[in-house]
Design a protein around this ligand. Sequence first.
Ligand SMILES: *[C@@H]1O[C@H](CO)[C@@H](O)[C@H](O)[C@H]1NC(C)=O
Length: 358
Amino acid sequence: MVMKFTRNLALSVAFSAFALGQQVNGPDYDSPTGGPPAKFFAAAASIPVAGLQTAAAKASKVPDLATYPVSLEKNAVKSTIHSDWLSFSEGAALSWVADMDVDCDGIDYKCVGNPDGQDQTNWGALAAYEVPFIVIPQKFLSANENLLSGNNIAAVICNGKMYYGILGDANGDSPQVTGEASWLMARTCFPNDDLNGNKGHTAADVTYILFTGKNSVLPSSALNENYITNFSTLRSMGDKLVNALASNLGLGGSTPTTTSATMTTTSKPSPTGCSWPGHCQGAACSSGDDCADDLVCTGGICSAEGAQTCSWEGHCEGASCSSHDDCSDELACVSGVCSADDTETTCSWEGHCAGRST
Ligand SMILES: *[C@@H]1O[C@H](CO)[C@@H](O)[C@H](O)[C@H]1NC(C)=O
């Protein structure tokens, strides 16, 4: 019971923050394990993450000074920054696929495993525990200052999820390396790996999308020298830029076809209780025709008719989740689905409560 109370208290604090537009007092979140929850900078559930990841893997246009090793190790894998998407009028971006080392430069430079950190970042002294930022090689930055004036919005695809951050720092190692993000970003991407300044995610399987041009810069109303102060601005700019990019790449909302209608009537119900896999409750949609059975398209998400909307689109009741932080408002993550009533399954050891197999 005590645990339940504590969690509800935490949720109501998070909810108040949401009601205020997730405007935060940076220092409150500036600690190694008390940073902003993933939902403050997660992409909307309707974003076609897998499609974007595939498209980034196929990018092939190589600008000047674009190839760097992912680590200082001998024979390290090399990663190239691609410019295929630079000419879009909305959602223009650079992209690359690399590993993820942990950067703590800025005011949290004394983080674990970071003996040689610097107390500044390129456009301030960011807090690596509070700001989800990414890093780019200094040589590339210097050659492209017209595209990247600093604090540009970035979308990172790691572990199958997409998170938003900003371009916060540049790498000046010798040789310069790529594939680097702040403590907060790295530990949110890979929450079970206890990453630190000296322990990064080594597989080169992280996709970095970095938006270019003035319209992609997080404004000073949402950021100061040290902290992101309004995560709603980060998220709404991120969703807008990524949606524009996705639509330029032909990855926008799928158009309903008569084939789909036929599938609806002929497919057997799947284990998740919906007759059209991929179009069940929680799936992205642009109209009711994109959703199986009796589901309707509410706020871009297939939902049960009459389902409550919530304050975090795509993370309402029925959305898939891996922790409570993935669910809006007072919803809890129960068996991978955001649910209103977690009374039955709440106990002091999450995942081992009544109703769970042991
Ligand atoms: C935070 O950002 C959101 C989205 O840009 C905006 O609507 C809201 O007014 C901002 N809040 C504050 C307090 O500036």
